[in-house]
Ligand binder design. Structure first.
Ligand code: C5P
Length: 230
């Protein structure tokens, strides 16, 4: 009988978070009495199918959670690189995953992932040949701007989706996708698309937004993201 496929999470958390303007990297900013990174790891830890949760930190980052804060599935590797794709590629090398095992890459800066939507992604993609990602149909009208901040065009939003994470691919496909040059790769799906493959879009949720700006953190706190009593 073939071995059951394993599901691992890989959390790139090696960014500086310069757009937030904070002194500490954004994953360490406070959220619900702990830091955003730990709240994101709580969200992933709620999924029993994940056998391994690997956090990729910057090589200069010596912060670690207190002993016992997480269960034994959560590990840290200070192997992050200059870009998110570099960090993910370095993390992949630390994972004990066969080519057919699944890897769910999830931003440290998305603490609002719910257990239900994480389960929906795994259920929807678990039989897929390519893999897939959480995303939301774009609801706002989309404008293309020039350098002066004036509208050049209105982009047809029909069939446009905004990508979220986790992005779930088999380790073999992900390794192939990230083997070359990472220029222009902003998420794993875009790297997989370069292989000529078409990842599956699975409906995410508005609360699973990426904390990028200071007001996003206020919104995350106002929505009680990361709180057990939410
Ligand atoms: O900067 P951005 O919001 O796009 O980062 C998305 C995620 O990628 C964050 O969790 C961040 O810590 C991570 N990242 C990384 N290594 C980098 C840049 C970003 O792990 N060099």
């Amino acid at each position: 009988m073939p071995m059951a496929e394993r599901y691992s999470a890989l959390v790139p958390a090696a960014g500086g978070g310069s757009r937030l303007g904070a002194v500490v990297p954004k994953q360490y900013l406070e959220l619900a009495g702990d830091c955003m990174l730990h709240r994101t790891l709580d969200a992933l830890s709620a999924e029993p199918r994940l056998s391994d949760i690997l956090v990729v930190l910057s090589p200069t980052d010596t912060r670690r959670p207190p002993a016992g804060r997480f269960d034994r599935r959560v590990r840290f590797a200070a192997v992050g690189g200059a870009t998110r794709a570099d960090s993910v590629a370095a993390g992949l090398e630390q994972l004990d995953a066969n080519d057919s095992d699944w890897v769910l890459v999830h931003d440290a800066a998305r603490p609002g992932l719910s257990a239900a939507v994480l389960a929906r992604l795994i259920d929807a993609v678990g039989d897929d040949a390519v893999g897939g990602l959480l995303a939301l149909p774009v609801a706002d009208t989309v404008k293309r701007a020039d350098a002066a901040g004036r509208v050049v065009a209105t982009v047809d939003r029909e069939s446009l989706w905004a990508a979220q994470t986790p992005q779930m691919f088999r380790a073999g496909i992900l390794r192939r996708a990230l083997a070359g040059d990472h220029t222009g790769i902003t998420d794993e799906a875009s790297a997989v698309e370069r292989l000529g493959l078409q990842p599956l879009l699975v409906r995410g949720e508005p609360g699973n937004f990426k904390v990028t700006l200071a007001e996003d953190l206020q919104l995350a706190a106002a929505l009680r993201l990361g709180r057990e009593d939410r």
